[in-house]
Design a protein around this ligand. Structure first.
Ligand code: ITT
Length: 199
C-alpha cells in the first residue's frame, strides 16, 4: 500500500510499535527519516492539547499531512500522575530508570495499584484535525520485570495478563496496548473516509 504519512515523533520505540501495528497497511516516516530535526514543544497540561501541538507544529512546518501521539501513564492512587508528564516525571533530563524508580518510591506503601496508559493520537490532514484515543487498564507492579519494550513497561501489568509489558513480545503487548487501540481507530478512519481504495 502506497499511502504515506509523517509520524511526528522523535521516539524510536513508538515508531517501531506503530509500524508493527500497521503491518504494511500504510507507510510512515518518523521525523528523523523525514529530515526534520526538531524538538517538538509539549507545553500543555493535557495529552489532548500536546498531541494537537505536535501534529500542528509539524503540519505548519512541512505543509504535509501527519499524525502525532501523546501518551501518559495515569496512576489512580497518585491522582493521575505522572500523566501528561510521564516522559519527564523524574526531571527534564531523566531516563526511564529514573522515572520508574520515582514511581515505585511514590507508591511504596500504596495498596491500590490501579493504573492506565492513555494514548491520544492527533491526525492532521489538509489542516483539519481529528483525534483517536486508546486506553489500556492495568496495575503497577512492586518491582521491575522483563527486558522488552520501553518507558514504564517493566512495571506495568495489563488487565487480563499476569505478565509485565516488558516480559511480552511486541505482538503480545499489542493485544492489550493503548497505542494499538488508538492506531486501529486511525486505520479505520483512513480506510473508511480518506483512502477507501486501500481497504
Ligand atoms: P514524542 O513526543 O517525540 O512522540 P516522547 O517520548 O516525548 O516522544 P511522550 O511525550 O508521549 O513521548 O511521552 C510519553 C512517555 O511515557 C514516554 O517517554 C515513556 O516513558 C512513557 N510511555 C509512552 N508509551 C509507553 C508504553 O507503551 N509503554 C511504556 N511507557 C510508555
Amino acid at each position: 500500500m502506497k499511502n504515506k504519512l509523517i509520524f511526528a515523533t522523535n521516539n524510536k520505540n513508538k515508531l517501531i510499535e506503530i509500524r508493527a501495528i500497521l503491518n504494511n497497511k500504510m507507510e510512515i516516516c518518523g521525523l528523523k527519516e523525514a529530515g526534520i530535526e526538531v524538538e517538538i514543544p509539549e507545553p500543555h497540561d493535557t495529552l489532548e492539547e500536546n498531541a494537537t501541538e505536535k501534529s500542528r507544529f509539524i503540519y505548519q512546518l512541512t505543509q504535509t499531512d501527519c499524525f502525532s501521539e501523546d501518551t501518559g501513564l495515569e496512576v489512580f492512587a497518585l491522582d493521575g500522575k505522572p500523566g501528561v508528564k510521564s516522559a519527564r516525571y523524574a526531571g527534564e533530563e531523566c531516563n526511564d530508570a529514573a522515572n520508574i524508580a520515582k514511581l515505585l518510591k511514590a507508591m511504596e506503601n500504596t495498596e491500590n495499584r490501579t493504573a492506565q496508559f492513555k494514548t491520544v493520537m492527533s491526525l492532521m490532514m489538509n489542516g483539519e484535525e481529528i483525534q483517536f484515543t486508546g486506553i489500556c487498564k492495568g496495575k503497577i507492579a512492586t518491582s521491575l520485570k522483563g527486558e522488552n519494550g520501553f518507558g514504564y513497561d517493566p512495571v506495568f501489568i495489563p488487565d487480563g495478563s499476569h505478565l509485565h509489558f516488558a516480559e511480552m513480545t511486541m505482538g503480545e503487548k499489542n493485544n492489550f496496548s493503548h497505542r494499538k487501540k488508538a492506531t486501529q481507530l486511525l486505520i479505520n478512519y483512513l480506510s473508511e473516509k480518506i483512502w477507501p481504495e486501500s481497504k
